[in-house]
Design a protein around this ligand. Structure first.
Ligand SMILES: [Zn+2]
Length: 237
């Protein structure tokens, strides 16, 4: 294939630009798909669930505590009433009955107080969990906002670099002969279309050229663009 050294350099540049364009488009697609955010959003959902269940448990324990306190008040008022009866009664049978009821009430009160303590501890633990989940959620909200802002900036940069590279590719292509571009595109559709000669190897497939091919390549005219017999890419000397 005929191509002046200048055209050969332009072909190499076209290939480099196309590679750059593909890379930028891949990153763009990744950013647009929101992959970077997905993990944070999953963490956010998990922490919201922890927060919600913590809040529910906190409220349930509050109800339990209120119920136990009401029960304690009831027991207290019965104890007070029994003590008043005890103070005024002189009937030994009555006194005995009241005393055994008082003992039962005291043990009931002690059980209720133990429950109250347990519920208070459980409520505080749930409260701590809620506070931690809120802290984590606030951190995640900040992180998500920061990632979104970065994505926004990166998207803008990538979109403009994609359009710059696209117009560079158009400009480079339009300065090259059509038949050369057609050959280049055919090779590009099968793989890498062009590479430099590196030592005695094809820069595209990295296979060493045989002595005969190498001397053909090196002895061909300056405006001749050789092709690698192995991978069929153009070889630029
Ligand atoms: Zn090759």
């Amino acid at each position: 294939m005929k191509a002046t050294p200048g055209q050969q350099q332009l072909l190499l540049k076209t290939h480099e630009l196309s590679t750059e364009l593909q890379r930028a488009k891949r990153t763009l697609a990744e950013l647009e798909s929101g992959a970077a955010l997905r993990e944070l959003q999953a963490e956010m959902r998990a922490s919201s669930e922890v927060l919600l269940s913590g809040q529910q448990r906190y409220e349930e324990f509050e109800v339990d505590i209120a119920r136990v306190l009401t029960d304690i008040e009831l027991v207290d008022s019965r104890i007070e009433r029994d003590l008043a009866r005890l103070a005024t009664s002189s009937n030994p049978k009555d006194i005995g009955g009241v005393q055994s009821e008082l003992a039962a009430l005291e043990s009931r009160k002690s059980l209720l107080e133990t429950s109250e303590l347990e519920f208070l501890e459980a409520r505080d633990a749930a409260g701590f969990e809620v506070a931690e989940a809120k802290k984590l959620r606030d951190e995640l909200i900040e992180k998500i906002a920061a990632v979104e802002a970065t994505i926004h900036v990166e998207l803008g940069k990538l979109q403009s670099s994609v359009s710059i590279v696209e117009s560079e590719i158009r400009a480079t292509r339009s300065s090259l002969p059509e038949d050369l571009m057609a050959q280049f595109d055919r090779k590009a559709s099968r793989g890498v279309p062009i590479g430099r000669l590196i030592d005695r190897a094809c820069g595209t497939c990295h296979l060493s050229l045989t002595s005969a091919v190498y001397s053909d390549v090196m002895s061909s005219a300056e405006d001749e663009l050789p092709t690698c017999p192995n991978c069929e890419a153009f070889i630029v000397r």
